[in-house]
Design a protein around this ligand. Structure first.
Ligand code: NAP
Length: 313
């Protein structure tokens, strides 16, 4: 599993990004026991006030300065995929383990990053990057341990699910998006969620976990959530969800899609409301595995990060 601390010493943690997710991790670390200590943080502006005691925390505004701190593990909670990738690659190459929530940094690069991690005896964990509080990565790996996986169907985007549920409640499109932003689920620019880009990145990560290979992000059949598409779903009636799917055919080819589908009332997917995520995995011998939970927001994401940190005791 890579570089870990022994049980009798404190895990030295750095947190990159102190926003919704990273701020929550830092707050919990500073309130926590001696098993883990917040040593350093990477931010854009080190002079900003923070929501936790900062006296013992070393602030860095560049990746090299941050990675130069004596850290056992870095929590990547950066909102930027390219900065996240640069951070992860540099940290792993110096033997520092990574716990990442940053799907855009990981998608399409997992093979490369796992290679760097293995070569430097570092761990690379990312449960929080897919599913938030729904243990999707763990469930897929549990299913894979039982035999080849044939199909995955999932609600992976809590923000889109929140908007779809609000629309069904009677909100208009702009209000539903604004409410998702006010609740901290959607970014000020919600285009990655609405275009399906977020779902594609998560599908690629799930594909790596399920089949050992990522997908070509450009080959994913994707529908955007637009006011027109929302109106057509409402007009058709029933319960609609963004369903992300991965299938591997007999020839070993993987296909992926993220489309809007009418789901059965009472199904796992219909019951996933607001920011919930849900996942169903089918193995080639017909066994089914499932997971559900809150897919977006500070609390479930921080919980998921701490589950990964727990593995590095
Ligand atoms: N929000 C969620 O519900 C959720 C759920 C699951 C996964 N995620 C993932 O978690 C990650 C963080 O999301 P978030 O919502 O916490 O983002 P956020 O609130 O926008 O985080 C912004 C933080 O990152 C710092 N930052 C931004 N760009 C930086 C850069 N280039 N170099 C150094 N620091 C930088 C900012 O520094 P300053 O404070 O100095 O401005 C700020 O502390 C994302 O990858 C997201 O996809 C989020």
């Amino acid at each position: 599993m890579g570089k870990v601390s022994s049980n009798d010493r404190t895990l030295k943690v750095g947190v990159a990004g102190l926003g919704v997710v990273g701020g929550g991790v830092a707050v919990r670390l500073t309130k926590g026991g001696p098993a883990r200590k917040l040593i350093g943080a990477l931010v854009r502006d080190a002079s900003q006030p923070r929501e936790f005691p900062t006296d013992d925390v070393i602030f860095a505004t560049s990746i090299p300065d941050f990675v130069a701190q004596e850290l056992d593990v870095i929590v990547d909670a950066l909102p930027d995929g390219e900065a996240g990738f640069a951070l992860i690659e540099q940290a792993l190459s110096q033997g520092v383990s990574i716990v990442s929530a940053n799907k855009q940094a990981l998608a399409g690069r997992l093979e490369q990053l796992h290679c760097v991690a293995r070569a430097n005896a570092a761990a690379l964990l990312y449960a929080a990057a897919v599913g938030g509080g729904a243990p999707m990565i763990e469930t897929v790996s549990r299913a894979r341990a039982q035999g080849p996986i044939e199909k995955i169907s999932a609600i992976v985007n809590g923000t889109v699910n929140f908007i779809l549920t609000k629309l069904a409640d009677g909100a208009n499109f702009d209000d539903a998006v604004r409410q998702a932003q006010d609740a901290g689920f959607a970014e000020p620019d919600p285009s990655a969620d609405l275009s399906g880009g977020d779902a594609r990145a998560k599908l690629s990560i799930l594909s790596y976990e399920a089949f050992g290979a990522e997908i070509d992000l450009n080959e994913v059949k994707t529908e955007s959530l637009t006011p027109e598409r929302a109106a057509s779903m409402l007009k058709a009636g029933g319960v609609w969800r963004q369903i992300s799917e991965l299938r591997k055919n007999a020839a070993g080819l993987i296909s992926a899609s993220a489309t809007f589908q009418q789901v059965d009332i009472g199904s796992v997917f219909a019951d996933a409301r607001y920011q919930d995520n849900a996942l169903i995995v089918m193995t080639a011998v017909g066994e089914m595995f499932s997971a559900c939970g809150e897919g977006a927001g500070r609390a479930p994401t921080v919980d998921s990060i701490f589950c990964d940190l727990e593995q590095l005791k």
